[in-house]
Design a protein around this ligand. Structure first.
Ligand code: AMP
Length: 395
């Protein structure tokens, strides 16, 4: 796996695919610069080597050229975060881009206009990718968030660089973290899967049963498993057409020696509302008119014990409706348990969708080993798929 450390960038122009798809407010100000900050180590390493950086990214979902999606809006924020002036060019290919790139001196940064102003980007157009490739000497992919897309700048462009291509430090870290969980992690390995629906996690569950020793199933998914085994789930969320699959998963887990842990009690509510009446009930005896919206106190104790027995932990999906404070307790308790296990030497990776939001909301991001930056890319990795953007560098 080639990384930045395999190259000396002195007098080289690095063409870097970054993920600067940051949120902007109505005044076009960046409201969360996490993605820009995440790209800083790669950019700094190249500049310190004596190279220059050509940054390319998409922003939003423009239909053709739309000024509101111009990366020009964020050039000043990039400059502020990196601490180096940023030159901006209002096209990512063509004469202007080529001229701006050719003038670039060591230590300088050039930011290209939004890649998705050209339809060819998402189509993975070969000619467009070739035009991009003319701008730099070494291709660096540091955009995990788009690594599951075979777009021109994330995948196709790599074929024009022969051996002169590598992962940036962010993407390398993402790959290392996933590998640690899925392949080389110290045992026992635990996956915690929460969230709303079994249907969106089936491929992950099936792939993960070969990798883990313990699987905690929480959140809304719980009730499909509970009902399938004959429990009464009241009005809790359930996918009846997935009950058979849930039983099959339990059977497979047994055959593979994977212990599945479901909540034993829940915080049930008489409405999906922050103002609902609530009560703690056994997960198998939820009364009609009530729905489980978080795991209960006994479950928290059981999950805490499992988490603290494990040396490698993957967490995807909240254990309850954490968006409402009253039903966030199970998710927070799990975060506390994982933080403690991490402090005691376990490796913990949080990734994919809402668990990242939950971890940030409750301040756990510095208490776990790694928080993934890419929702879809992370989910596809957990499903066992090879990401095209990663494969393109390895080829
Ligand atoms: P996902 O995107 O699949 O990870 O699902 C995340 C969503 O699952 C969050 O919005 C949670 O509010 C929701 N969720 C978690 N537990 C429950 C539950 N017991 N009932 C309904 N929704 C839930």
């Amino acid at each position: 796996m080639k990384t930045l450390n395999d190259f000396n960038f002195e007098n080289k122009k690095a063409l870097i695919r970054v993920d600067f798809n940051v949120p902007l407010n109505a005044e076009f100000e960046v409201t969360d610069a996490t993605r820009i900050i995440s790209a800083k180590p790669t950019i700094i390493k190249i500049l310190e080597d004596g190279g220059s950086c050509i940054l390319m990214s998409h922003l939003g979902r423009p239909k053709g050229v739309q000024d509101e999606f111009s990366l020009g809006h964020i050039a000043n924020v990039v400059a502020e975060i990196i601490g180096v002036e940023v030159n901006f060019v209002s096209n990512c290919v063509g004469v202007d881009a080529e001229e701006a790139a050719s003038k670039l001196e060591p230590g300088q940064i050039l930011l290209l206009e939004n890649l998705r102003f050209h339809d060819e980007e998402k189509k993975g157009d070969r000619d467009f990718a070739e035009q991009l490739s003319k701008l730099g000497d070494i291709y660096v992919n540091d955009a995990f968030g788009t690594a599951h897309r075979a777009h021109a700048s994330t995948t196709i462009v790599a074929q024009f660089f022969n051996d002169n291509k590598c992962f940036g430090s962010l993407l390398a870290k993402e790959i290392e973290s996933i590998t640690k969980v899925m392949e080389t992690g110290e045992k026992p390995v635990l996956a915690v899967l929460g969230g709303a629906k079994v249907s969106s996690k089936i491929t992950i569950i099936e792939n993960i049963l070969d990798k883990v020793d313990h699987l905690i199933v929480g959140g809304g998914m719980t009730f499909t498993f509970v009902k399938a085994q004959g429990g009464q789930i009241g009005d809790s969320i359930c996918e009846d057409d997935k009950m058979e699959l849930a039983l099959e998963i339990m059977k497979q887990a047994k055959a593979k020696n994977v212990q599945i842990h479901l909540p034993v009690d829940v915080l049930a509510a008489d409405a999906f509302s922050k103002d609902a009446q609530t009560q703690i009930v056994d997960v198998n005896h939820i009364p009609e008119g009530w729905q489980g919206l978080d795991c209960g106190p006994k479950s928290k104790v059981i999950f805490d014990k499992v988490v603290n027995e494990c040396k490698t932990i993957l967490w995807n999906g909240p254990l309850g409706v954490f968006e409402m404070e009253r039903f966030a307790g199970g998710t927070i308790a799990l975060g506390d348990s994982i933080a403690e296990a991490t402090k005691n030497g376990a490796f913990s990776l949080v990734g994919g969708g809402d668990s990242v939001a939950a971890v940030k909301q409750f301040g756990f991001q510095d208490k776990v080993s790694y928080v993934s930056t890419g929702g879809g890319a992370m989910l596809e990795s957990l499903e066992g798929k090879t990401l095209p953007g990663v494969a393109a560098i390895l080829e």
